[in-house]
Design a binder for this molecule. Structure first.
Ligand code: NAP
Length: 227
């Protein structure tokens, strides 16, 4: 299978790209963090805000004869109270987390439909489930993915295409590294399992969804019992 990972320069995307490249052909994208040496997969620079760059990334590497998967790991947060938020920063978050999904799906779904096979995995979060101060843009964009995936699941079920969303809790990788230690301690205290998640749990869910042909439109929570 050809597995496209948008945001493979990030913590989770990079981890999945490393592990999935052992048994799949992986095509990752990055924006600002250049690929490190010794990786076993292809990396292309793609600004997810540009429909042209996204179209080039997909058309350069995929065709209708390929079994294709998309794992969308792009994600940004903007920590600010709603009434104080700057519009351009708020919109930047929604653009990367939600509109970027639309830009990739409109390129890759037509190829999947011709092949009558496809796997799509999106990343949402416990944040919109819990309600967390200062995360209005992030929560709005991440909860939108639930409705989007339900609709896309129904549109494409008869074409052998599945789409599912992983609702992640707090993991010991990626964007969590920006969280100050004192905040992190409080987060861990709230998690019933009293620890951050091991990314191996994300890999297990992704591997299951890539292999399943009867799971679609689902949201899978991986959160240590948080919600
Ligand atoms: N880590 C967690 O505990 C956690 C919890 C809940 C949900 N999630 C979700 O899981 C996904 C992966 O998170 P992560 O922790 O791996 O985040 P991360 O390490 O911050 O990585 C984010 C990725 O998004 C890319 N990106 C951001 N804006 C972009 C743009 N405009 N165009 C192209 N690429 C862009 C970054 O590229 P560059 O670095 O190259 O700029 C990077 O590859 C995200 O959707 C996140 O919301 C993570």
């Amino acid at each position: 299978m050809k597995v496209f990972i948008a945001g493979a320069s990030g913590g989770i995307g990079g981890y999945l790209a490393d592990r999935l490249s052992a048994c799949h052909e992986v095509f990752g994208s990055y924006r600002s963090r250049a690929p490190v040496a010794d990786i076993q997969y292809q990396m292309d620079k793609v600004d997810i805000g540009s429909g042209e760059e996204v179209a080039r990334w997909i058309s350069m590497n995929a065709c209708e004869d390929d079994d294709l998967a998309l794992i969308y790991c792009v994600g940004v947060n903007y920590n600010c109270m709603m009434h104080k938020a700057e519009s351009d920063k708020w919109e930047e978050v929604v653009d990367a987390n939600l509109f970027g999904v639309q830009r990739v799906l409109r390129q890759i779904i037509p190829l999947m439909r011709k092949r009558r096979f496809g796997r799509i995995i999106l990343f949402s979060s416990v944040v919109p489930q819990m309600g967390v101060m200062g995360t209005s843009a992030y929560a709005a964009s991440k909860s939108a993915l639930w409705g989007l995936s339900k609709a896309v699941a129904k549109e494409n079920a008869s074409f052998g295409i599945t789409i599912n969303t992983l609702n992640l809790g707090y993991f010991d990788i990626g964007m969590i590294e920006d969280v100050p230690d004192n905040v992190l301690e409080k987060i861990i205290e709230e998690i019933p399992m009293k620890m951050l998640g091991d990314p191996g749990n994300i890999f297990n869910a992704v591997d299951f969804l890539l292999k399943s042909d009867y799971v679609t439109g689902s949201c899978v929570g991986i959160n240590g019992g948080l919600v």
